[in-house]
Design a protein around this ligand. Structure first.
Ligand code: TMP
Length: 213
């Protein structure tokens, strides 16, 4: 059986990931491909428990190593129990965030040495990663203004603008280094324009994968 593709969606706060996830799902369904939508941290019962801890403002002072290890604990569960089995069964998997978020938030935002993240990535994933990644990029201020309309901020949303500027810079640097995998989308555009761009890109991926002609 043909292996499905693993697609991830990344970006800062208020970038419109939810709409983009819905659009990707619609394109894949239209192509009659079996698809699983998931997210990080989370995506499994245990991973969702860890997400609750990671986003809880009660743990504001969590040590950055604890945060990093919990992210990878949730990811190990997600990859071994859900993502790889789904891909092996021929399904496409679309995840709202994955390891690039760790490089951006823990590496860029918190300032954790990128080599430590690489070591954990090698150890837990053994080279496994997304086939394609959509990076929703927009000015930090625009994203934060949108995110603030959503109610109570979680532990990450409580960070200052400088933190998110570092997150954005780290994402852009990763996209620059892996141009074959990343497609950057200007998320400051109107939603219909973002949707149209995503539609076009994902249709192209489906053709490239050979799943439909
Ligand atoms: P979200 O559902 O809004 O994307 O919330 C998840 C939060 O977790 C978001 O602020 C980014 C953060 N995060 C990390 O810091 N590192 C990671 O590896 C992942 C997957 C998410």
């Amino acid at each position: 059986m043909k292996r499905g593709w693993f697609i991830t969606v990344e970006g800062g706060e208020g970038a419109g990931k939810t709409t983009v996830m819905e659009t990707i799902q619609a394109v894949l369904r239209e192509a009659r491909l079996p698809v699983e939508m998931t997210r990080e941290p989370g995506g499994t019962p245990l991973g969702e428990e860890l997400r609750g801890i990671l986003l809880d403002p009660r743990w504001q002072g969590m040590h950055q190593d604890t945060e990093l290890l919990l992210m990878f604990a949730a990811r190990a569960e997600h990859v071994h129990r859900r993502i790889r089995p789904a891909l092996a069964a021929g399904r496409w998997v679309v995840s709202d965030r994955f390891t690039d978020a760790t490089y951006a938030y823990q590496g860029g935002g918190r300032g954790v040495d990128m080599r430590r993240i690489e070591a954990l990535e090698d150890w837990t994933l053994h080279g496994f990663g997304p086939d394609r990644t959509l990076l929703l990029d927009l000015p930090v201020e625009t994203g934060l203004a949108r995110a603030r309309q959503r109610g109570e901020p979680d532990r990450f949303e409580q960070e200052q603008q400088a933190f998110f500027e570092r997150v954005r810079a780290a994402y852009l640097e990763r996209a620059r280094r892996e141009p074959q995998r990343f497609v950057r989308i200007d998320a400051a555009l109107d939603l219909p324009q973002v949707r149209a761009a995503v539609w076009r890109i994902v249709r192209q991926w489906v053709r490239e994968s050979g799943a439909v002609s």
